[in-house]
Design a protein. Structure first.
Length: 273
């Protein structure tokens, strides 16, 4: 019994021993792991040579790294501040330059505007002067024609005697003295189709011209020709401008006459159209 028991127990002992060794190994690994965690917990590191470095050495390394990073950041910030400062200076100079240009342009524009105003004033003055001069010249020309009248509608002939033609016309005027003094007379202008040039007549005195102009309507009522005043171009344009309205007023019983460069009523006052 004892032999068999020992014999049986022997193998069982041999099988149990490996289990005991495996348990010790597992415990050893667990101990090593917990020791590593404790080592890491106190900020110990392992160096390149496999040996653990002390906490002071690690702290010094971290401080050096942090200081280096801080120095790099400060240098970067310093460079950035320098770039921003330079950019601000450049921008300020550019803005100042543009502001000076704007001021110069505004000054030039103000000078040009003042020059334009002066030019406009000068032009307005010149226009008034030209208008005044034109009016004065027209008055002088009107005065130089004050003794003239024109006979319109008499056909022209070769070798005609204009003075004899004029005297023949005036002989039909019964309401004027026969002694109308004619200074000179001649054809003026060009023919237009079947229309012959006018006969320009200049009386020796203004009274004779007025007598002819007063008697012409009744004397030439049935004639194919008529007598009209010798007007300047300015006065003729003014007369033609309102001629249709004058005809309408005449049909209404309002009679106007053109004298002194204006249409006038029976009292001699300028008529406002």
């Amino acid at each position: 019994m004892s032999k068999s028991t020992r014999g049986k127990s022997g193998p069982s002992s041999s099988k149990t021993a490996p289990r005991g060794r495996g348990t010790v190994s597992t415990r050893s690994q667990r101990g090593q792991r917990s020791g590593l965690f404790q080592y890491l917990a106190v900020d110990d590191t392992v160096g390149d040579d496999g040996r653990a470095e002390s906490g002071d050495s690690v702290e010094s390394s971290w401080k050096s790294a942090i200081e280096g990073f801080q120095n790099s950041v400060e240098q970067a910030l310093h460079g950035l501040r320098d770039s921003i400062t330079k950019l601000e200076n450049d921008l300020g100079q550019a803005v100042e330059f543009q502001a000076r240009r704007v001021d110069d342009l505004e000054s030039k524009m103000a000078a040009e505007s003042e020059g334009v105003k002066n030019l406009v004033c000068r032009i307005a003055t010149l226009e008034r002067s030209v208008e005044h001069t034109t009016n004065e010249l027209n008055k002088q020309e009107r005065l130089s024609r004050r003794n003239n009248f024109r006979i319109v509608g008499i056909p022209s002939e070769d070798d005609e005697d204009c003075e004899e033609i004029v005297r023949g016309v005036l002989r039909s005027f019964k309401d004027i003295p026969s002694g109308v003094s004619i200074e000179r007379c001649h054809r003026i202008g060009r023919s237009h189709g079947d229309k012959s040039p006018h006969i320009l007549v200049r009386c020796l005195n203004y009274k004779d011209k007025i007598a002819v102009m007063k008697a012409k309507r009744l004397a030439l009522e049935d004639q194919p020709y008529y007598i009209t005043d010798d007007l300047t171009r300015v006065d003729l344009a003014e007369k033609k401008q309102h001629a249709p309205k004058v005809s309408e007023l005449y049909a209404q019983g309002i009679k106007l006459r053109f004298t002194g460069g204006r249409w006038r009523d029976a009292s001699g006052n300028p008529y406002e159209f």
